[in-house]
Structures are given as C-alpha cells and as structure tokens.
Design a protein around this ligand. Structure first.
Ligand code: KG4
Ligand code: ZN
Length: 340
C-alpha cells in the first residue's frame, strides 16, 4: 500500500456535517465540523428532516474548508471515505451522495464506513502506536456496546444496551431536569456540584456473565422521583439528582468493560463515542482499571463526538483490509457493527 495515503472523509449521520483529510489512518491534516446543535436545541432533540436540510446547506463549504485547511487539492486525494450507517437515513444520504459524486468524478476508490467503527478508530488517531487486540466501550447518543476488537476490521460485540443508549439516557434525564440539549455535557458539569450518594437510583444488573446494559430503568426512576417531588411540592436538588443518576450509569459501564477485559485476557480498554468525554466516566474508569492493571485509552473530546477524522481513520483500515465500496452503496440506518 502506498505511503502517505490521503483520505478525504465525510460524516453526516446525525447533527454534525463534517469533513476531514487523514493520512495513513492516523495523522489528521484537517477535521472541520459544522454543528447543528443551536438549530435543534429549541426542539429539545434532533429533528431528522431539519438535519438533512442543514447538511445539504453546509456540505460543500465544509468539504472545501477541510481541503483548504489540509492544504491539499482534490487531485491529491487518494480515496473518499464516508459514513453509510447507522444514523438518520436522510442525513446519511447527503454525505453519501456527495462522497459518491466525488469518488466518481475523481475516479478514486469509495470506502463506506460504519459510524461505530469510526468512533472506535478515533483511538488510532489519538494513540499512534495502538494496535488490536483490545476491548472497546462505545458510548454515544445512539449506541452502547462493549466490543472485543480482535484485529483491524474484526469486532465481537460482547454486550449491548437492551433499551436506551447511555447518551440517550443522559439526554432524556437532562431534559426532565430542564437542563436542555444535548444533556450529557450539562449533567456532567452540574453533577460536579452534587452528592452522588444522595439518591439511590437502580443499576441494571443482568446475571454475572452477561455484559449487556439497560438504562431505561434508571431513567424512569429519575423521572418518577421528579414527578413525586412535584406532586408533593418538594424542592429538587438538581446537582444531587444529576450526580446520583450519573453514578448508576457510569458504574455499570465500567464494570462491564472490565469484565470484558478479564474474559478476553486483554489489558487495554479504548473508550469511544460522545459519552467518552464524560469526566466521571473517565475518572472512574482510570481508577478502577488501575486496580486491575488495565490501561485506559480515551480520544480527546473533539474526536469523541461525531467528526469526520474518525471516519477517515476507519476508512484507511477498511481499505487496508481490501474493502472498498461501489457506487451502488446505499445508506443503512440500522447498520450493525461488523456488518458489511
Ligand atoms: O457520538 P455522538 O456525538 O453522537 C452519536 O453518535 O450518538 O454522541 C452524542 C451523545 C449525546 O447523547 C450527548 O449528550 C453525549 O454524547 N455526550 C455526553 C458528554 N458529551 C457528549 N454525555 C455525557 N457526558 C459528556 N461530557
Ligand atoms: Zn456518533
């Protein structure tokens, strides 16, 4: 494989339009992100139709900015990488059509990328020497998985959420607390002022060997707590609720990730996805893993939330495994990890 392989990558699966130029899967020349958060904030969540329209408005300028910042021209690009799932179908289609047109016009390979693989790949950008195997915990707004990454492109899902994703639970609880959207960073911040032992919210416990997650119980329990307080006209201590909720979520994430390392006998956990920015998750993971001799890896926050650099990295490793896509590639809203 040619060295200095430059991939132009595009990500548009949810509410960020992003384009990046990534060299050899690990070096980021540019990573431009146009966020739609301020548009969706007033609706309390992402409105799919609005997201698609905003992607259409933004994409050309975002791609051009990524090329300019990287100081490369389209003719110097070796391949185009693009997220084709999972995500919102209308949003995905915008990036996908743009990428297909570019690949066709430039006559270079098109590489379809699974968004979740992209999140995991952010760790290869952050840690230049990182190689599989390792365990990875993917925690985002739409997904919660504990995965054994055996080799490049080889994923074994060891546990997943049976209902809400971790980020989704954060967002729903934040909305009930009147903290706004996206709720994860707001709960993270306000929980620092609270007592995490103030309220006992349930923690989903499946049987000992099971690494699955469930966050709808803890979420409902917070909502019931708030309803009861309202009915009794009692004041709610928001930092205490946020800290106690967060503790329930983080403890189970950390426990399952450590169990997975023990089962697979690996000594590295790479955390990925928007919730990987959470300060309580980071601190608890480091603390608990230290006791077990496990090294914890986190990409920097800008590589945790949706961005195209992670897609460019995953595209490179897909290409290295001999996988490219043709121009019939379609958006797959519920694409599974490892599905091709
Ligand atoms: O990975 P991401 O950008 O998009 C998806 O693929 O879903 O993740 C977004 C999610 C949202 O639910 C957001 O509330 C959550 O990540 N998030 C956080 C934090 N920053 C973002 N959750 C907890 N603490 C944070 N600091
Ligand atoms: Zn994501």
């Amino acid at each position: 494989m040619k060295e200095n392989f430059k991939i132009l990558s595009i990500e548009s699966s949810c509410d960020e339009t992003s384009a990046a130029v990534v060299v050899d899967g690990r070096e980021v020349l540019s990573n431009v992100i146009a966020s739609q958060i301020s548009t969706h904030e007033k609706f309390g969540g992402v409105v799919p139709e609005v997201a698609s329209r905003k992607h259409i408005e933004a994409i050309s300028a975002v791609v051009q900015e990524a090329l300019d910042e990287a100081n490369v021209t389209l003719n110097e690009i070796d391949a185009v990488g693009v997220t084709y799932g999972p995500g919102l179908v209308g949003a995905l289609l915008v990036g996908l059509q743009y990428a297909k047109s570019l690949a066709y016009a430039l006559n270079i390979p098109l590489i379809g990328v699974n968004h979740i693989e992209g999140h995991i790949s952010a760790n290869f950008i952050e840690y230049k020497e990182l190689e599989p195997p390792f365990v990875t915990l993917v925690v985002s707004g739409g997904h919660t998985f504990v995965v054994h990454m055996k080799d490049y492109g080889e994923f074994e899902v060891m546990g997943e959420t049976k209902d809400d994703a971790a980020g989704e639970a954060y967002d729903k609880v934040a909305r009930a607390l009147g903290l706004g959207y996206p709720g994860g960073p707001k709960i993270d911040k306000i929980a620092k002022e609270g007592n995490n032992n103030a309220i006992k919210f349930p923690k989903a416990n499946f049987h000992q060997e099971c690494l699955d997650f469930s966050f709808s119980g803890v979420k409902s329990s917070v909502l019931n707590y708030l309803n009861k307080a309202e009915m009794k006209n009692e004041e709610v201590n928001i930092p205490d609720v946020a800290a106690s909720f967060q503790k329930s979520v983080v403890e189970v994430l950390v426990e399952n990730a450590i169990k997975a390392c023990k089962i697979k006998n690996v000594d590295k956990i790479a955390i990925a996805g928007g919730v990987a920015s959470n300060s309580c998750l980071r601190a608890t993971m480091i603390n608990e893993c230290e006791k077990e001799g496990i090294k914890v890896l986190f990409p920097k926050p800008i590589l945790c939330t949706d961005n195209a650099a992670m897609i460019g990295s995953a595209a490179y490793f897909e290409y290295n495994c001999g996988r490219t896509s043709d121009l019939t590639l379609n958006a797959i809203p519920n694409l599974k990890l490892g599905q091709r």
